[in-house]
Design a protein around this ligand. Structure first.
Ligand code: 5GP
Ligand code: ZN
Length: 114
């Protein structure tokens, strides 16, 4: 999508610190990390949010989570633990409308979420 920040990051038009890439998924460091490890995992195909996902997209949802799992292992937070979050819509504080899975680790997180 033309005016989407994360589409531009995926295409390399805007710089990012890439962590992982395959055919369908791109992962990069969050510019404003809220944990020692804060990585965003995004599909290369543009979806505004989880609300746009359909049954045809179930493979890409799986790809996103599998990439997060592999990155967590590479970053050595698989045993200590980590949080994976899709923020969807205003109440969840979604700011960028290209779906992204937050992979957060390296510290303890409280629950329930604030
Ligand atoms: P949301 O609030 O939509 O779930 O999360 C958006 C995330 O994108 C935020 O954590 C924010 O720090 C991150 N972000 C916003 N703009 C940029 C950017 O230009 N580059 C990178 N790497 N992350 C960004
Ligand atoms: Zn996009």
């Amino acid at each position: 999508m033309q005016d989407c920040l994360f589409c531009k990051i995926i295409k390399g038009e805007i710089k990012s610190k890439k962590v992982f890439e395959n055919e369908s998924v791109f992962a990069f460091e969050d510019i404003n990390p809220t944990a020692p490890i804060h990585i965003l995992v995004v599909p290369k195909k543009h979806f505004a949010s989880l609300n746009e996902m359909t049954p045809e997209d179930k493979d890409i949802v799986g790809e996103i989570f599998l990439a997060a799992k592999n990155i967590a292992k590479e970053k050595n937070i698989d045993k200590s633990g980590y949080r994976t979050v899709f923020n969807t819509g205003p109440d969840a504080g979604q700011a960028i409308y290209h779906i992204h899975l937050h992979l957060l680790g390296g510290r303890k997180f409280s629950w329930p979420a604030g």
